[in-house]
Design a protein around this ligand. Structure first.
Ligand SMILES: C[C@@H](N)C(=O)N[C@H](C)C(=O)O
Ligand code: ZN
Length: 293
């Protein structure tokens, strides 16, 4: 290499046979070095890719937060990590009972909570960010028409084949984009709730409040994830205190940028969404977050 660089340009045509031998061996050395470098680079790229092929979970972007770090007063009753949900099993991807949201959505909920606390209420969340693998679990469950174990509580009058078509569950859910939340209101002081016992007799989610599964929330006319037209936020059959409760939640959240899903009184999406087109799949655990609680 030095030999080549030291040759004056005007003399390159005077290279003798010895020079040619040294030159070609220098070029061979250069080619070998480049090949080695390329091989090493490829090997290191493979090494970096290997963990994800071996099953390393994806991480959340830095602007996803645990809601409790933004507002520790909001009650969290994360249903999909329990068996008390329409599937009747813990849902894939939920590893900790944790509400994860994009920071703007969490901050807007914090503002809503400040307003509600002054009126004697607190928010209670049932579901927040939902990994795509959880949605895939719902889709698999929906295809298995033999499994209607939780029908008695969650979809007593709706055929299981219609849950997606009727808008109660989505194959691509806003929850996976990180700015959607399922929530209700609880009158303060919040009473304790009893745990669901798997296998216990199920009561329709639209039964009178005193009969359906006990929840310390205000009466919204149906329970959470009640797949029925009575859950449509403005269903005209819902009147009086139940309607007033739905409208208090709706007006408070809409005033802070949230948009309600007309089919579900509990489902709200914060706008503008930081990730309007991305469906995330990191698991629900503090390990997915850059900054844990
Ligand atoms: C399943 C229910 N809690 C819900 O969030 N439904 C909407 C339509 C969704 O899946 O995004
Ligand atoms: Zn929802």
């Amino acid at each position: 290499m030095n030999r080549i660089r030291s040759l004056p340009r005007r003399n390159t045509h005077l290279i003798d046979a010895g020079d040619m031998t040294r030159l070609s061996s220098a070029v061979r050395g250069l080619v070998t070095a480049l090949a080695t470098l390329l091989a090493l680079t490829a090997a290191s790229a493979t090494a970096q890719a290997a963990p994800s092929r071996a099953g390393t979970d994806p991480k959340a972007p830095a602007d996803f937060v645990a809601l409790q770090t933004v507002d520790p007063t909001i009650i969290q009753e994360m249903r999909y990590i329990t068996r008390h949900n329409f599937v009747g099993e813990r849902i894939d991807g939920y590893r900790q009972p944790l509400c994860i949201l994009t920071r703007p959505a969490a901050q807007a909920l914090h503002k809503a909570q400040r307003k509600l606390l002054r009126q004697g209420y607190t928010l209670k969340v049932y579901d927040c960010y939902r990994p795509q693998r959880a949605v895939n679990h719902f889709v698999r469950w929906a295809k298995d028409l033999e499994d209607q174990a939780m029908k008695g509580e969650f979809y007593p009058d709706v055929d299981k084949t219609r849950l997606f078509e009727d808008g109660y569950i989505a194959e691509k859910s806003g929850h996976s984009r990180g700015s959607t939340v399922d929530l209700t209101l609880v009158k303060l002081p919040a009473m304790p709730t009893r745990p669901y016992v798997p296998g216990e007799p199920l009561v329709p989610c639209y039964a009178p409040r005193s009969e359906r599964f006990p929840d310390n929330s205000v009466d919204m006319g149906t329970g959470f994830d009640c797949f029925d037209t009575l859950s449509h936020t403005l269903d005209p059959r819902i009147q009086g205190t139940q309607r007033a409760n739905r409208l208090l939640l709706k007006s408070t959240l809409e005033g802070l940028g949230f948009v309600n899903l007309a089919e579900e009184w509990w489902h709200y999406t914060y706008r503008p969404e930081p990730y309007p087109d991305t469906y995330f799949d990191f698991p629900v655990t503090t390990k997915s977050l850059t900054k844990g609680p």
